[in-house]
Design a protein around this ligand. Structure first.
Ligand code: ASP
Ligand code: MG
Length: 257
């Protein structure tokens, strides 16, 4: 039997407060898909705060230790989300990047994903649990904790979709989708319902921060569609990137850097 899988990604703005985890849990509980994988970022400004904290102790902290520290942000989020789901009666289990089998090169704080072995994620899904994965982090082949660079959780979500054979990733944002300009500063910005990977990449070059370019690139290589919508209300999809593109048979990650 073919299971219908949904990969959802929630960024820092969607989990800025303790209460927001209940809102995210509500959105997850609305989904009817048999298998649900959720990737989540650190709460609000947590990553910045951890970086500031590190700098107070050492102006140029060893990069290994910096990864050890900043990866904690996402770890807080995954545990709290699992708790919020549990409170609402849904079985969920959280995994660090390492536990999810996100294997990276050894380039601390800017690591590339080279392979995925999401064995434990698959096992959780088989047990009908929501699998919650920490974005932004992985583990090198030597067993060291790595991070993927700022905004890396989008890339984690797309990489998981590639490895698990999902066709799409659903991103939940504080805006309704991708606009022609920043809707927070441009009142005349128009919501774009569909665009190609190339168009989305072009927008990020012009400074749009809606999806990380590495995530778009990885999606383009593997034919994963990207849906962008808001977490603020129950709404239809705002923007689809790469609509109609077929999943590639050959898996391609980012490669060593
Ligand atoms: N928390 C990390 C950052 O702020 C990763 C992410 O949000 O995607 O850069
Ligand atoms: Mg963040």
């Amino acid at each position: 039997m073919v299971m219908i899988m949904r990969i959802m990604k929630f960024g820092g703005a969607s989990v800025a407060t303790a209460e927001s985890f209940h809102r995210i849990a509500e959105i997850i509980l609305q989904q009817t898909d048999e298998e649900i994988v959720v990737v989540v970022s650190a709460m609000g400004q947590t990553t910045d705060e951890l970086l500031t904290l590190a700098k107070k102790v050492h102006p140029e902290p060893p990069r290994r230790e910096l990864d050890m520290l900043v990866s904690v942000g996402e770890r807080i989020s995954i545990a709290l989300l699992a708790m919020a789901l549990s409170k609402q009666g849904r079985d969920a289990v959280s995994f660090t990047g390492s536990q999810s089998g996100i294997i990276t090169c050894t380039n601390h704080s800017q690591a590339n994903i080279i392979e995925l072995r999401p064995k434990r994620v698959r096992e959780a899904l088989e047990k009908k649990k929501v699998a919650i994965v920490a974005g932004f982090q992985g583990v090198s082949k030597l067993g060291e904790i790595t991070t993927l660079g700022r905004g890396g959780s989008d890339t984690s979500a797309v990489a998981l979709a590639v490895a698990l054979g999902a066709d799409a990733v659903h991103f939940y944002k504080d805006v309704e989708g991708i606009y022609t300009a920043d809707p927070k500063t441009h009142a005349d910005a128009q919501l774009v319902s569909e665009m190609s990977y190339e168009e989305a990449l072009e927008l990020t070059k012009k400074g749009a921060k809606i999806l990380h370019p590495r995530a778009i690139e990885l999606a383009r290589k593997n034919g994963v569609q990207l849906y962008v919508r808001t977490f603020k209300k129950d709404s239809q999809i705002g923007t689809v990137v790469g609509k109609g593109v077929l999943r590639n048979a050959v898996i391609e990650y980012e490669g060593e850097n």
